[in-house]
Design a binder for this molecule. Structure first.
Ligand code: GRF
Length: 231
């Protein structure tokens, strides 16, 4: 986008990446993205927020930030295919460059994931490929792991299985419970999701269907890793 400056010179500002965020709950990751947009640290424009559950706090966060938002209740649809079709048509009205799953707790059909492959990210609270699915904090504790964490990855047909972009590694401490661990992991979520989104929005992060590159370098299978010292 090119805008005239006050002294009539032409200055060039990049068009922000158009984003739609899908949620199912409290939306703390959505809030981290809203904050990044509002503070000018994320070159994105959150065009819409869609929840598959009505009355969730994340929708209020969107409302407070004056972002168009809607609930599409999956219970109103008779199967996954019809829900995903309705979801895709709602998403496409916003013409997004990127679809962000931020605590979106629905299994998506292969047709849906194929439609957005290369432009859909998810965050999952484990060091993928460990602990796909639910109850990840308790499973890490039960296994006696010394470290746990969170992963941002591109979405493919495999649930929690697409290629990793970034992981934050969080140490497990002796008296941790699933709740105490979840809190420390969530603090990292709010750091690494905006980082991954910033990379995508500034066209540094690309998934071509085969491999993920950051600044034209192929990422390793665990993605970029950061280590939290926070206990
Ligand atoms: C996060 O822990 C995320 O990793 C998981 O669901 C939770 C969403 O939290 N997939 P919020 O709705 O962003 O607060």
């Amino acid at each position: 986008m090119t805008q005239p400056s006050s002294d009539n010179q032409q200055i060039s500002t990049p068009t922000p990446c158009r984003v739609v965020v899908l949620i199912s709950g409290s939306g703390s990751n959505l809030q981290a993205l809203i904050d990044g947009q509002q503070q000018g640290t994320l070159p994105i424009s959150i065009e819409g927020v869609i929840s598959n559950k009505i009355d969730v706090y994340g929708l209020q966060r969107a409302e407070q930030a004056h972002i168009p938002n809607q609930a599409i209740n999956h219970r109103d649809y008779e199967d996954r295919e019809s829900f995903d079709a309705a979801l895709a048509s709602a998403i496409d009205q916003y013409q997004p460059d990127l679809v962000i799953l931020a605590g979106f707790m629905r299994i998506l059909t292969p047709a849906f994931t194929r439609q957005y492959q290369g432009r859909m990210l998810n965050i999952h609270p484990s060091l993928l490929p460990k602990y796909q699915g639910l109850h990840t904090h308790q499973r890490a504790l039960d296994a006696g792991d010394t470290q746990h964490g969170v992963t941002v990855h591109f979405v493919t047909e495999e649930l929690d299985g697409g290629p990793n972009v970034i992981q934050a590694v969080v140490p497990i401490i002796s008296n941790d419970t699933a709740d105490s661990l979840a809190k420390r992991v969530q603090a990292q979520e709010h750091l690494i999701y905006p980082m991954a989104v910033e990379w995508f929005a500034s066209q540094r992060l690309v998934f071509n269907g085969q491999q993920v590159t950051l600044d034209s370098e192929i990422l390793s299978s665990h993605g970029h890793q950061i280590h939290s010292n926070q206990t």
